[in-house]
Design a protein around this ligand. Structure first.
Ligand SMILES: Nc1ncnc2c1ncn2[C@@H]1O[C@H](COP(=O)(O)OP(=O)(O)OP(=O)(O)O)[C@@H](O)[C@H]1O
Length: 261
């Protein structure tokens, strides 16, 4: 069997001297979609930012490899070129750059000189993906995310995903703030990406999203690491019962209590 698409081993990450990720490990194979759920403040977004190389997050030990290559050795742009993609909880607005220009530059940044996507091919692909995501054509010419509603930003993140066709996507709360119709459309986009050459890590608070995007594995994250893994049934139980039963089962105490002790 080939090496896992994404392999994270014993990762420790600190922010401003405070350790947030504590011995985090996961393996995602090509074609697999994994979901991470967990209470607020357990380090889910920190994980996403650390993998992408955000300078604020200091990796103190552990490894991250993609297809056997050391991701932590790569510059941020090299990580994107290697096929990593992050859809963020709060996508930023960039004035002066249209959505279409941004997408074309991003596609070409991942290609060799002379192998850039032709304008015709780009437009055809953009039209096709925007159709699938039921996006109005005007969004191609609007400045990136500027004035987009929360739901439109999320839909636009999935458009980027479909245009860039990364090997591994991390989707951080792409369901937050989406109405039911938008949730279905966004899920349709992610499902259209499914295939042996695509791995995906979905961070979510709600099982609802996983009704539409069926994960191969569900992981529960607490206090900076995965404490339990299972299938979709795990997400269903979390939705019904919350996290207390896991804390009880595994003897996990709230951190604040630990600090006071
Ligand atoms: N820039 C920062 N400076 C200081 N602390 C930070 C910073 N970024 C994150 N943290 C802290 O790290 C911890 C983990 O935050 P993170 O955003 O990764 O959690 P999360 O699991 O994604 O939470 P949520 O479910 O609420 O989105 C929190 O206690 C947070 O306050």
């Amino acid at each position: 069997m080939s090496a896992p698409f994404l392999k994270i081993e014993n990762l420790h990450v600190s922010i401003e001297g405070k350790e947030i990720l504590k011995d985090f490990s996961i393996e995602i194979n090509g074609g697999e979609i994994h979901a991470i759920m967990g209470p607020n403040g357990t380090g889910k977004s920190t994980l996403a930012s650390a993998i992408m190389g955000h300078p604020k997050y200091e990796i103190t030990s552990g490894s991250v490899t993609m297809n056997g290559e050391d991701v932590l050795e790569m510059e941020v742009d090299e990580r994107a070129q290697a096929g990593l993609f992050l859809a963020m909880q709060y996508p930023s607005e960039i004035s002066g750059i249209t959505n279409a220009d941004f997408l074309r530059s991003a596609i070409n940044a991942g290609r060799e000189e002379g192998d850039e996507i032709s304008l015709m091919k780009f437009i055809r692909k953009l039209d096709e993906k925007m159709d699938l995501l039921e996006m109005d054509q005007q969004f191609a010419q609007r400045y990136l995310n500027e004035g987009f509603s929360g739901g439109e930003k999320k839909r636009n993140e999935i458009l980027q995903l479909m245009m860039l066709e990364p090997k591994l996507a991390i989707l951080d709360e792409i369901d937050s703030g989406l109405d039911i119709d938008a949730l279905k459309v966004v899920s349709k986009g992610v499902n259209a990406m499914r295939g042996s050459e695509f791995g995906c890590l979905i961070i979510t608070h709600y099982q609802r999203l996983l009704d539409y995007i069926k994960p191969d594995k569900v992981h529960v994250m607490m206090q900076g690491r995965i404490v339990k893994s299972g299938g979709s049934e795990l997400a269903e139980r979390l939705e019904a019962e919350g996290y207390d039963w896991i804390k009880e089962e595994l003897g996990i105490e709230d951190e604040r209590v630990n600090q006071e002790a």
